[in-house]
Design a protein around this ligand. Sequence first.
Ligand code: GTP
Length: 351
Amino acid sequence: MNSLRKIPATVITGFLGAGKTTLVRHLMEQANGKRIALIINEFGDLGVDREILAACGVEGCTEDTIIELANGCICCTVADEFLPTMDALLNRADPPDHIVIETSGLALPKPLVKAFHWPEIRHRVTVDGVIAVIDANATAAGRFADDPEAVQAMREADDSLDHDNPLEEVFTDQLLCADMVVLNKADLLDDAGLAALETALKAQVRPGVHLVPTAYGKIDPAVLLGLDKAAEDDLDARPSHHDGDDEHDHEDFETFFIDLGPVEDLDALEARLLTAINEHDILRIKGFLDVPGKAMRHLVQAVGPRLDHYYDRPWKADEQRASRLVVIGLHGLDRDAITARIRGLAPVAAL
Ligand SMILES: Nc1nc2c(ncn2[C@@H]2O[C@H](COP(=O)(O)OP(=O)(O)OP(=O)(O)O)[C@@H](O)[C@H]2O)c(=O)[nH]1
């Protein structure tokens, strides 16, 4: 390895379901021979993102180039997980040309960028840029905005409560750390909606940060990679709600699994998923289903009230067919009620 040249690393951040994995997949498809190593971190360690990328059939997406950090959010496991992983990657006989790190949707990017100062890695790698992917449709709908009237009403009712909005906090931390903001899911907004969102976001991002509208993360890698920002060197310009805290935890959010048997009726399950999402504070559901008689595995993804599903790849001969979903939401989810609803055991509410 040329010791004079630091390997560039791009951090892809963005809230749950914004489209990070979709963008990374497109990036790998367009890599054009550039050897990219992926470090994937996911909240709710079913390994869905890794599976999606490993099953995508793109040349660069191999077991060897995709590394999963599964034991919690990357911002809290930098020392135990991220640094040894990075060290091992950089020590490979044939290190990558570029490293792409997809953080979990709840991770704060700043502690990760800070880790690039650690002596083990700082002479060998640099943060080329931090890309924040946002769900343009959900953002325009105000999903990450504080509602000043609601906050005020809560304060008046009980001033002992912590009134921070956890979604808003994670979203703005990600936005304010970014060197580029990808306005993904632009297909779900009309031109006027997109223009209004761009105007609103321009007032929030750091000066000089570009907003790039797209659908399904289809951005030329030349736009995303090679920003040459050395983000680790200007951390002070990237404000965070957690400046001054050594630790940040994710207790505002929680995740759990639901195991289902073989799913005979996909439409009925989808209807139950949507009902559960409607009834509870669920932010994200994803997982795989075993549909009897089908050689392919069925992938389900829900982001807020939107549900996507498709057969992604054949079950492998040595693989146990199973149906398992991960559910992520705000702390305090009624796990029993959600599980019963999704399994089809809860009584249907009267119309
Ligand atoms: N309509 C629309 N759907 C999209 C777009 N990009 C991604 N999706 C869908 O949104 C869902 C979430 O996409 P992912 O790429 O898995 O999002 P993510 O940010 O990696 O999600 P987490 O890993 O849970 O944080 C999937 O069902 C995608 O197919 C887009 O531009 N438009």
